[in-house]
Write a protein that binds this ligand. Structure first.
Ligand code: NAP
Ligand code: MG
Length: 510
């Protein structure tokens, strides 16, 4: 297949170097802001997965990587953070032209979050209980006992297209911090920044420790999650694919963590400071054009404040500026693809059909200078009931559903009436009401008077069908280690090993 010399091309990244895929084929990666080809990327195969897993296995089994002392490993993690900052501009550019995320967000938030995650884990590694000594047991006899925390082995990471680089780091950083090796398969819409990231980070790592295989979920993804030499899977994506991956992982009983979808409830209480709650709720749902798993897509408002809240939401949403994500003045970029745009527009039609009232947006957004891009206006529905499809299914686009409530108990009940449980939020001036709601909301994170406030030292993950396990924080390190109990007997004389009598009725005293 001929490759246009003007278009960037990316091979696979295996064993510390760029490698052509076995079939020498490529696929196109499009810029969602203009619909043009942004790059061509190697179309990996099952054989390429095997090659990458073999490199990762070799690096795990036969290098000093897994035995590195915590201080040394901490230094490596700090140097990875520095590499991210040193290459910030190129990484942010590649991320923006493929994911459609604004350069303002990626450059000023994601890149810093990524570097900070490596630094945060570098500090945790120094305090991590890699080896704990237990007290000598009174029974059955004296012994030395350790609990060791050891790396799991080869970790397969599979990531989505919305924030590909940041989410890749949520998996790569703790895996490396604990001495594992990694094979990552990025989403086919957005593999560019992950490939570049792997090249940059690998300058500080032994060959084979970090590998990238690009290609389809059905071929590369499935080959990876069912490969017998992979020990752990860390997946972020839809609940639907998460279910499939969990089933595939069962074949070889792999450690599995899943970060899945959400339909997060956001409750404005009647005493809330509306001047913060209203812009905050729009920030919660329209950042990255609604393509964040923890977006606050269901807004619960008190009956008597409904009209005033909706009026202000619409006023403010109408001021958001679409544009080229590379322009730092752009508030909202495109959605990821034509297919995603069509799926969002179909949900909007479904909302109208179900009887919800469209009060803002609802159409494709035409953006001068970005013809061919996939933009959708910030969209707000009122008269939504919690059982409607637009209130229950993850739309993954800029669509807010507003639901009335008459009592806080009713709001919490509706908030929890979903298969998901990723995030939730409540706006109030009353700290007692805030904590009561936070206790009752079934979600892995609850924001009070704010949204999107993830921290690198706090765990993130889902309740219910939003996932299994947690990323970030010191808790994430546990997901990349396995526990070993080591017992050393301090009883050298057979006659004092009375517990052998559980088997032998007589001992040979002669
Ligand atoms: P997706 O369709 O589930 O895909 C996610 C990843 O899985 C992609 O790399 C995809 O590859 C791969 N994949 C697809 N089918 C597979 C299979 N059968 N076996 C193995 N891998 C397979 O999700 P998406 O559309 O990229 O992203 C949006 C979803 O991610 C939303 O549901 C969102 O809520 C969720 N998300 C969750 C979090 C969180 O932290 N909880 C964060 C961000 C996003 P291809 O791209 O090649 O299809
Ligand atoms: Mg998908």
């Amino acid at each position: 297949m001929a490759v246009n010399a003007d278009v960037m091309t990316f091979p696979l990244f295996i064993n510390g170097k760029w490698e052509q895929s076995g079939n020498q084929e490529f696929f196109d990666v499009f810029n969602p802001a203009n619909g043009e080809v942004a790059a061509r990327v190697a179309k990996g195969t099952k054989e390429d997965v095997d090659k990458a897993v073999t490199a990762a296995r070799e690096a795990f089994d036969h290098s000093d990587w897994k035995m590195m002392k915590p201080k040394e490993r901490s230094n490596v993690l700090h140097s990875l953070a520095r590499q991210i900052i040193a290459n910030a501009e190129e990484l942010a550019y590649l991320e923006s032209i493929s994911s459609g995320g604004t350069i303002r967000r990626i450059g000023s938030n994601d890149i810093l979050q990524m570097a900070d995650l490596f630094q945060t884990l570098a500090n945790f590694v120094l305090q991590y209980p890699f080896s704990e000594t237990l007290p000598s047991p009174p029974f059955p006899g004296p012994a030395h006992n350790f609990i060791w925390r050891e790396p799991i082995g080869v970790c397969a990471a599979i990531t989505p297209w919305n924030m590909p680089m940041l989410i890749a780091c949520w998996k790569i950083a703790p895996a490396l911090a604990m001495g594992n090796t990694v094979v990552i398969k990025p989403a086919s819409y957005t593999p560019l920044s992950t490939l570049k990231l792997a090249e940059i980070l690998s300058a500080e790592l032994p060959d084979g420790v970090l590998n990238v295989v690009t290609g389809s979920g059905s071929e590369v993804g499935e080959a990876l999650v069912s490969h017998p030499k992979v020990d752990k899977i860390a997946f972020t994506g839809s609940t639907e694919v998460g279910r499939k991956i969990m089933a595939l992982a069962a074949g070889t009983i792999k450690h599995t963590t899943l970060e899945l979808g959400g339909k997060s409830p956001n409750i404005i209480l009647e005493d809330a400071e509306l001047d913060i709650a209203i812009p905050g709720s729009l920030f919660g749902v329209f950042l990255h054009s609604g393509q964040l798993c923890e977006s606050g897509t269901r807004l619960f408002v008190p009956d008597h404040l409904h009209d005033i809240i909706v009026e202000k939401l619409v006023q403010l949403a109408s001021k958001l500026k679409p544009g080229n994500p590379l322009d730092s003045r752009t508030d909202m970029g495109p959605v990821i693809s034509k297919k995603q745009k069509e799926s969002i527009l179909a949900y909007i039609e479904e909302g109208k059909r179900e009887g919800a009232r469209l009060v803002c947006g609802g159409k494709e957004w035409s953006v001068p200078g970005c013809e061919g891009g996939h933009f959708i206006e910030p969209t707000i529905f009122t008269d939504v009931t919690n059982d409607m499809k637009i209130a229950q299914e993850e739309i993954f686009g800029p669509v807010l559903t507003v639901i009335r409530y008459s009592s806080v108990d009713e709001a919490i009940k509706m908030a929890n009436d979903t298969i998901y449980g990723l995030a939730a939020g409540v706006w109030t001036k009353d700290v007692n009401k805030a904590y009561k709601a936070a206790r009752e909301l079934q979600a892995g994170v609850v924001w009070i008077n704010d949204w999107h406030m993830l921290r690198n030292d706090a765990p993130f993950g889902g309740y219910k069908q939003s996932g299994i396990g947690r990323e970030m924080g010191k808790h994430s390190l546990d997901a990349y280690t396995q526990l070993k109990h080591v017992h050393t007997s301090m009883v050298p004389e057979i006659e004092h090993k009375s517990w052998y009598g559980l088997l032998f009725s007589e001992t040979d005293e002669g």
